[in-house]
Ligand binder design. Structure first.
Ligand code: SAH
Ligand code: DHB
Ligand code: MG
Length: 222
């Protein structure tokens, strides 16, 4: 019999939060401020932020791309794991979010290593190509385009580079057949295709970490 895949001990959460301290005062303020400025509270969870920092420290990247900035919460987490000389380009389509993100990134004093690029990510990625290859990419924007972002990463990550993607459990709806809007249907279909393509790609070795919303983690093997 196989051991279980995910976390079953919600009662331990306060203890774990108290011990690991996933979100310090600065991140708490960034989250609060983003919300007060009208952004939806959909930044990564507190422990996901810590995962991102620790993974960044492990990968030791010089060039990172984030797709989907929102208020810069996850960008600040990754920036904390970045060594001297590393750089994060983070892509955001919503000018209001980009503005808040720039403020938060300055507040966190990582504006020397994080650059917010405003516009549709698929366009910004074309612009970024000449700055690659990249060591790490974090995908966390519109779910419809996840397969496209993966295609880009297949080409523009270096061999040994790491891909991370948030929300890949699709809020539990990956197997659903009924949707209330076409947009909802396309988002879930995007996440299904993303999981299938990543898991079976000959260029990646991939897993999916059982975080609250599913965090795909892959290394470009060839
Ligand atoms: N990574 C952030 C959360 C991102 S939420 C964090 O954890 O802090 C998703 C973001 O993707 C939103 O801000 C949304 O405006 C942005 N987005 C959606 N479609 C996009 C697109 N086509 N190009 C760039 N950004 C996009
Ligand atoms: C939502 C959450 C996310 O983490 C994201 O990247 C996009 C949308 C949501 O809850 O709708
Ligand atoms: Mg997300």
């Amino acid at each position: 019999m196989s051991k279980s895949y995910s976390f079953h001990w919600d009662h331990l959460y306060p203890f774990l939060e108290d011990v690991y301290r996933p979100e310090d005062e600065k991140l708490r303020l960034i989250r609060e401020r983003s919300h007060n400025k009208g952004l939806s509270p959909i930044q990564v969870g507190n422990f996901d932020g810590l995962h991102l920092e620790v993974i960044t420290r492990m990968v030791n990247p010089r060039r990172v791309v984030e797709v989907g900035t929102l208020g810069g919460y996850s960008a600040v987490c990754m920036a904390r794991g970045l060594t001297e000389g590393g750089k994060i380009w983070t892509l955001e389509i919503d000018p209001a979010a980009a503005k808040v993100a720039r403020e938060n990134i300055s507040f966190a004093q990582v504006d020397d290593r994080v650059e917010v690029i405003e516009g549709p990510a698929l366009q910004s990625l074309v612009y970024l190509e000449k700055l690659g290859p990249f060591d790490m990419i974090f995908i966390d924007a519109d779910k419809i385009s996840y397969p496209k972002y993966l295609e880009w990463a297949e080409v523009h990550l270096r061999v040994g580079g790491v891909l991370i993607a948030d929300n890949t459990f699709g809020w539990g709806r990956l197997l659903d057949q009924k949707f209330s809007t076409p947009a909802e249907k396309m988002s879930i279909e995007g996440l299904v295709a993303f999981n299938q393509r990543l898991a079976s790609s000959p260029r990646f070795r991939a897993t999916i970490l059982p975080t609250g919303e599913g965090l795909s983690l892959a290394v470009k093997a060839k």
